[in-house]
Write a protein that binds this ligand. Structure first.
Ligand SMILES: Cc1cc2nc3c(=O)[nH]c(=O)nc-3n(C[C@H](O)[C@H](O)[C@H](O)COP(=O)(O)OP(=O)(O)OC[C@H]3O[C@@H](n4cnc5c(N)ncnc54)[C@H](O)[C@@H]3O)c2cc1C
Ligand code: SF4
Ligand code: SF4
Length: 427
């Protein structure tokens, strides 16, 4: 009996590994070109400040190289029939147009060099550009290049095939295929989240000012291998004052997100700490509703951050406006019930965790329910892995906001539940 895992972020990777180590054959279906999920866009973890790459890369490699795991990247589940213990699954596998077995690192670099097309790089949240043939990120798994057919001129109008002149691995004739897998005993859904789109709060002027950015853009700037080589730079200048605004798109009924996103208090504390390390003379302030530092070591880390002269002031972000080169955050002090303003060179919006925009499509394929906010519904409050559908489990941020350790833990819990079910089906 086999198992299917949908989504190759921390939760799905951990679930796949646990299932495979227990002796089950696993199919891991990932929509993107590489494993890793959102976690690989993050540089350091809180509260340890260890590099996330040092954890994620070996996990991705272990899964990819495991003899019992078949990884299908650039793929999606398009049909599921049957029942617990015996599902039949259809997966659409899209072409990458690059045969990795014939691809050498050098030819990748040459192919990217000759490619005339530049488009915004999704991995760096549009802070730089990538080519139509590209490597998803520096430690992607599988490694090597892929062609994005939406921007490639060969597929648009047939006017280019330059990469195939320098790389023997290019195959423009590759077609999408449907992979049918039967004897699937259990399915684990670990499809993660979308970051909140700050344009849904136009009064925060995210689209208007270059020096109003999201926390994910800020994370990418902190990466030594990222678009700014680890420098915090906005409009060519290093900011000397930075304000972080909490709860953007969370705890906010006006945007239909009444819930707390659970991660943004702590990732902001981490980002403020790292900003202070990179620009020691910068003034840094955080506008927060209340501080949620509930994990092991989190409260102590929050205290450490405050010792770095990071000013915390209670406030609900109300509006952002420009004033010369500066941007000004107007907030409402929730204790004193009075407005105040923070003027800064840079404002970072701590965007919350949103259900993925395509969750309803997958819920429909699997016969699962979504809650009022759009996250997958767990069976009950005491069992957050099982769903109303026997044999289908959920893990990670697709069930609700959580950080990497909690996503990993729920991935393991879902795998344990799936193993239990498959053992019962076999007896
Ligand atoms: C700015 C920011 C900073 C953060 N900093 C930290 C931090 O310091 N420490 C920490 O612990 N956490 C941090 N987090 C949170 C962390 O990113 C999440 O906890 C973690 O990524 C959740 O893992 P996941 O596996 O549930 O989902 P994801 O990482 O979102 O992975 C889900 C995967 O599923 C794939 N997928 C989605 N839909 C489908 C589909 N239909 N078919 C196939 N595949 C699909 C996606 O492509 C993706 O690869 C931060 C988040 C943000 C936004
Ligand atoms: S064929 Fe496409 S990917 Fe290759 S070089 Fe031309 S535009 Fe780039
Ligand atoms: S974790 Fe903190 S910043 Fe994020 S929604 Fe909850 S209270 Fe707001």
């Amino acid at each position: 009996m086999k198992s299917l895992v949908i989504g190759g972020g921390p939760a799905g990777l951990q679930a796949s590994l646990d299932l495979a180590n227990a002796g089950y054959d696993v199919y891991l279906v990932e929509q993107c070109f590489s494993l890793g999920g959102r976690a690989v866009q993050i540089v350091k973890n809180y509260p340890s400040l260890t590099f996330i790459k040092d954890f994620m890369k070996p996990l991705m490699d272990d899964v990819y190289n495991h003899e019992k795991i078949t990884v299908l990247t650039n793929s999606e589940v398009i049909g599921v029939d049957g029942e617990a213990g015996n599902f039949k699954v259809k997966v659409e596998k899209r072409p990458t147009y690059v045969n990795l077995e014939e691809c050498k690192d050098e030819s990748c670099a040459k192919a990217m060099d000759v490619c005339p097309v530049e488009v915004p790089n999704e991995f760096n949240v549009g802070l730089d550009k990538r080519k139509a043939i590209f490597a998803p990120f520096s430690y992607s798994v599988p490694s090597g290049c892929v062609i994005d057919e939406k921007s490639c001129l060969h597929f648009k109008d047939g006017s280019c095939s330059k990469c195939s002149e320098v790389c023997g691995g290019i195959n423009f004739d590759e077609k999408k295929e449907t992979v049918e897998i039967d004897d699937i005993g259990s399915i684990i859904v670990a499809t993660g989240f979308d970051p909140f789109d700050p344009n849904l709060r136009p009064e925060l002027a995210y689209d208007k000012y270059k020096n109003v950015i999201t926390s994910l853009e800020f994370e990418r700037m902190l990466d030594e291998n990222g678009p700014t080589k680890g420098k915090i730079i906005v409009d060519g200048k290093e900011p000397k004052s930075i304000v972080f605004a909490h709860c953007i798109g969370s705890r906010d009924k006006k945007v239909d997100n009444p819930y707390c996103s659970r991660i943004c208090c702590m990732y902001t504390a981490k980002e403020a700490y790292m900003a202070k390390e990179k620009i020691p003379d910068a003034t840094i302030a955080v506008s927060y509703i209340d501080m949620r530092a509930f994990g092991k070591g989190y409260e102590q880390f929050y205290e450490e951050v405050q010792k770095k002269q990071v000013l915390y002031r209670r406030g609900v972000a109300a509006e952002i406006y420009g004033n010369g080169d500066k941007v000004v955050l107007r907030a409402e002090d929730t204790l004193l019930s009075e407005p105040y303003e923070f003027s800064a060179d840079l404002i970072v919006l701590a965007v919350g965790v949103e259900p993925r925009s395509d969750s309803a499509k997958l819920a429909n394929v699997l016969g699962l329910q979504l809650d009022d906010c759009g996250f997958f519904v767990e069976k009950n409050v005491y069992d957050t892995c099982e769903t109303e559908k026997d044999g289908v489990f959920i893990a990670g941020c697709c069930q609700g906001p959580k950080d990497i350790p909690d996503s990993l833990m729920q991935g393991s819990a879902a795998a344990a539940k799936a193993i239990g079910l498959m053992q019962r089906c076999n007896t």
